[in-house]
Design a protein around this ligand. Sequence first.
Ligand SMILES: Nc1ncnc2c1ncn2[C@@H]1O[C@H](COP(=O)(O)OP(=O)(O)OP(=O)(O)O)[C@@H](O)[C@H]1O
Length: 315
Amino acid sequence: MDIIRARLIYNPTSGREEAKRKLGPILQRLERGGVETSCHATEGKGDATQAAKEAAERGFDMVISAGGDGTLNEVVNGLSACETRPALGILPLGTTNDFARAHGIPRKWEKACDLITRRYTKPVDVGQANDRYFINIAGGGSLTELTYEVPSKLKTMVGQLAYYMKGLEKITRLHPTRMHIRAEGYGEFDEEFMLFLIANSNSVAGFDRLAPNASTNDGVFDVLALRKCSLAEFIRLATIVLRGEEITDDPHVIHFQTNRVEVNSDDRVQLNVDGEFGGTLPCTFNLLPAHLNIIMDEHGESTYSKHGAGRALQL
Ligand SMILES: Nc1ncnc2c1ncn2[C@@H]1O[C@H](COP(=O)(O)OP(=O)(O)OP(=O)(O)O)[C@@H](O)[C@H]1O
């Protein structure tokens, strides 16, 4: 068995602190599977980005992100900026693990370790929003501005949507903003929007039908923009999303696929990038095709079209 070198970047505070509690057994299991692993415990915001960048520069064969979507997003940001990018393994030990769930990466640490030691990688598209990277979703609009006010685990915009729909709090503060959206190969829109979403993955906070065609390996984003509408219309559409049904054909929704979108506004519009604050407009969203090789189940995702089949990690 070939031995490979991996750097495990774990957030000791994620979820129920499982990465910290199970660290010994995790390292042992990886080692038994030929993945010789050293580790870095993150100390706060941004640390995982720096640690991933250093691991790539030090020539590790693989970086393993252990934690939730927040840690994964930081690791993706560190790796995506590098010329030579190690394979990425995921131990989904956080409170929210949207990406892992959508890509069939097991929640149990034993099974996730076994998947990593099988070393089967698939190329995955990465989104770039100005100088930040994302693998699930980015967006902007008044709904995303409310996101940061809520001390909730539901950090993505759609998660917030569910939150507001349950409580109907603050929903009256939703307001349209005039934005200019220019999409490569599609066209331009200059009108008032409630919000826009740039989806790279089809599973956003569990709403699999929100962008049903979005896939992390098709070379395009699914863009959804909600036109100015009344509160009643907004609630009607949000209810459809919460029921797990599609809204892409609704006349209030603009939906298209592209690999580059520019969004601009004269007003201050905050961006949400994979659940985190991502600065303000203007923003250019660029898709980086097959930018990262992520360890997945060979039979995990079925829509493996544009970049061909996955492969065993070549070392
Ligand atoms: N030692 C640390 N103490 C506190 N926060 C940290 C530490 N290390 C990393 N973080 C921050 O914790 C955030 C959340 O991490 P992560 O998504 O892995 O866990 P989670 O349990 O799913 O998240 P959340 O607590 O937001 O639900 C990350 O964005 C990261 O910046």
